[in-house]
Design a protein around this ligand. Structure first.
Ligand SMILES: Cc1cc2nc3c(=O)[nH]c(=O)nc-3n(C[C@H](O)[C@H](O)[C@H](O)COP(=O)(O)OP(=O)(O)OC[C@H]3O[C@@H](n4cnc5c(N)ncnc54)[C@H](O)[C@@H]3O)c2cc1C
Ligand SMILES: *[C@@H]1O[C@H](CO)[C@@H](O)[C@H](O)[C@H]1NC(C)=O
Ligand SMILES: *[C@@H]1O[C@H](CO)[C@@H](O)[C@H](O)[C@H]1NC(C)=O
Ligand SMILES: *[C@@H]1O[C@H](CO)[C@@H](O)[C@H](O)[C@H]1NC(C)=O
Ligand SMILES: *[C@@H]1O[C@H](CO)[C@@H](O)[C@H](O)[C@H]1NC(C)=O
Ligand SMILES: *[C@@H]1O[C@H](CO)[C@@H](O)[C@H](O)[C@H]1NC(C)=O
Ligand SMILES: *[C@@H]1O[C@H](CO)[C@@H](O)[C@H](O)[C@H]1NC(C)=O
Ligand SMILES: *[C@@H]1O[C@H](CO)[C@@H](O)[C@H](O)[C@H]1NC(C)=O
Length: 491
């Protein structure tokens, strides 16, 4: 076993690859006060600028993980697309760094946080059902659980996030893997149109007729402007069968066998997420079991249900009630966190074993640095037809084979450990990639999921052969590099 000091030495050797701040990030936030005042004067009564330490300011900069929160000079809550347009023009002309926040669930520092001007979209919070054309209009300030609550009694639903707190905006701009994705595809495969404020302030509607922007917005995050409305395709929704099942770590072999049988059924109404957990000195397992009907077909989940569990919350209920029941998994506000994607095309028994070993290996080491640290490795299988529901998009670059997105996440409390955790997670991620290759999987086409990717992930690992097309599009749409003032992966 490696002592902690060995771990730290190894980590520091690789530190050169990480986080060189851009020069403007070093400017003191007080320098941006003038821009805040300019915005406050320009916007309509529907919008408002807030300063620290007001409660609105604190809620505007709040993130799922405090490790991705930054203290901006001010925050602005635009209330109309016209005001977003004015704000972008001011930010562009003053070259002020800014961030756009939907649900604030990105764990990458600076992706939706800034020391400059924080744009919080909270006021875009409408959910409107259009029963005539089977769509639902959703505001980018909403979280998915809010949308589900509104839709609860309507008999329809949309393809969205799996746990409370996740934002509609970032989720849908990056791809969006849902309980319903084996049935209907990714969230981006269920968008009818976008209302978009372009980097130069022009307000436009983007549909499948807009060949290039339609392609770019589906997976391209904040590269092409700020989305002020999503129009989503809806699907009928009856009661569902779902819950969490917790097991001791000793049941891993039984879980592997149950999974092998489960995935052979190819039932697209079923969804499964298997988490391998190291926390408080223990390795445990839990899974999300979901079926999009009041009862699953006989046999489908029997393998999992037959394994002795320590807790089982599965029941028949409304979709919204199920998601609300997962509230304990939402932000605690104290736990620092980083996510990293580990794509695979199948989960063989060898992959389960390798990921279990890594979870315990890194969990043990993290715990030596912060006794409350934990590692959660999630396997996210989908049906082999997952990517057949949509047309070419920025992500995933190759729809010819299914990509299981998968995550390793680190959780900790000590803020002094942020850089160490990032380096450790990069090593863990690279080891997981090597294990997938060693399993004989052709991962050259299995892109890392944009919304799970660690901040240092190269563009080609997420967007593959699409990178040149996306670069060209961004140069066309944003010649002044306004969106370059906001953090995140940039083409
Ligand atoms: C607990 C948890 C559970 C998750 N579960 C899932 C899951 O089941 N499936 C899945 O696919 N992903 C999941 N994710 C990942 C999730 O998709 C990303 O974290 C995503 O960024 C969340 O969107 P957000 O609006 O909350 O993020 P934010 O942090 O607010 O934004 C993320 C990115 O989107 C940009 N952005 C936000 N709003 C806009 C806008 N209106 N216009 C332009 N750009 C914008 C931001 O600038 C930033 O770059 C989960 C993450 C967490 C932490
Ligand atoms: C939307 O925001 C407004 C103003 O911020 C608030 O009054 C309203 O309750 C919110 N609606 C929802 C559905 O959250
Ligand atoms: C959702 O609808 C169900 C009935 O289908 C109801 O029992 C439940 O209370 C509703 N939940 C919410 C959060 O409104
Ligand atoms: C499930 O899908 C796989 C891959 O497409 C296929 O090989 C297998 O025969 C299918 N099984 C059933 C029971 O349809
Ligand atoms: C996992 O670790 C155990 C013991 O620590 C070892 O025997 C086994 O070969 C490892 N498996 C993989 C797949 O790395
Ligand atoms: C850390 O764990 C200890 C027990 O091991 C617990 O008492 C303490 O509250 C935890 N701290 C946090 C911040 O969760
Ligand atoms: C946090 O981590 C730093 C760096 O390892 C360490 O020096 C410090 O003692 C830790 N703080 C706590 C409260 O454990
Ligand atoms: C804004 O950008 C769009 C997209 O590149 C372009 O079509 C439009 O002409 C631009 N508007 C102005 C006022 O420059």
């Amino acid at each position: 076993m490696f002592p902690t000091t060995t771990l730290l030495c190894t980590l520091f050797l690789t530190s050169a690859a990480f986080g060189r701040p851009k020069t403007w990030e070093k400017r003191a936030s007080s320098n941006f006060r003038g821009t805040c005042d300019q915005i406050a004067k320009a916007v309509s009564d529907a919008s408002q600028v807030f300063f620290p330490p007001s409660t609105q300011y604190l809620s505007d900069i709040f993130h799922f993980a405090p490790s991705s929160t930054q203290e901006s000079a001010c925050s602005v809550e635009p209330g109309t697309a016209e005001d977003v347009s004015k704000i972008l023009r001011i930010l562009g002309s003053t070259r002020t760094p800014f961030a756009v926040k939907g649900g604030g669930h990105s764990t990458n520092l600076g992706f939706s946080s800034t020391k400059g001007v924080q744009i919080a979209l909270a006021r875009f919070n409408d959910t409107n059902v259009n029963s005539d054309d089977g769509t639902v209009e959703v505001g980018p300030g909403l979280t998915w659980d809010q949308v589900y609550t509104t839709l609860n009694s309507t008999g329809v639903n949309v393809v969205g996030g799996r746990v409370p707190g996740v934002g509609v905006a970032g989720f849908t701009l990056g791809g969006g893997y849902s309980y319903k994705s084996s049935q209907y595809g990714l969230a981006i495969d269920n968008v009818a149109s976008y209302e978009l404020v372009l980097p130069n302030g022009t307000i436009t509607t983007v549909t499948s007729h807009d060949k290039d922007l339609w392609f770019g917005l589906r997976g391209g995050l904040n590269n092409f402007g700020v989305v002020t409305k999503f129009v989503l395709k809806s699907h009928p929704q009856a009661q569902i069968w779902a819950g969490l099942i917790f097991y001791t770590g000793t049941q891993l072999d039984a879980i592997k066998e149950a999974y092998a049988k489960f995935q052979q059924a190819n039932d697209t109404k079923a969804s499964l997420l298997i988490s391998l957990v190291y926390s408080s000195g223990q390795f445990t397992i839990f899974l999300f079991a979901f079926y999009d009907a009041p009862t699953p077909p006989p046999g489908l989940f029997d393998g999992f249900l037959a394994i002795p569990s320590t807790q089982n919350t599965v029941s028949t209920r409304s979709f919204s009630d199920f998601v609300e029941s997962l509230n304990s998994l939402a932000a605690s506000g104290a736990q620092r966190s980083l996510y990293s994607g580990i794509p695979a095309t199948r989960y063989s028994p060898a992959i389960f074993d390798a990921l279990k070993n890594m979870t315990v290996f890194w969990g043990t080491r993290l715990e030596a640095l912060d006794k409350n640290a934990s590692v959660v490795t999630s396997l996210e299988p989908f049906d082999s037809t997952l990517l057949s529901h949509g047309t070419p998009s920025a992500y995933p670059p190759d729809r010819s084979q299914v990509v299981f997105p998968g995550i390793v996440s680190f959780q900790w409390y000590n803020a002094s450990l942020d850089a160490t955790m990032a380096r450790a997670l990069r090593q863990n991620t690279d080891e997981a990639r090597a294990a997938v290759l060693a399993d004989g999987q052709d991962v050259s086409h299995a892109a890392t999921y944009v919304n799970y990717a660690l901040f240092d992930t190269p563009l080609k690992d997420m967007y593959g052969a699409n990178v040149p097309r996306l670069r060209k599009l961004r140069a066309e749409i944003d010649p002044e590099d306004v969106m370059g003032l906001a953090g995140g992966f940039k083409f």
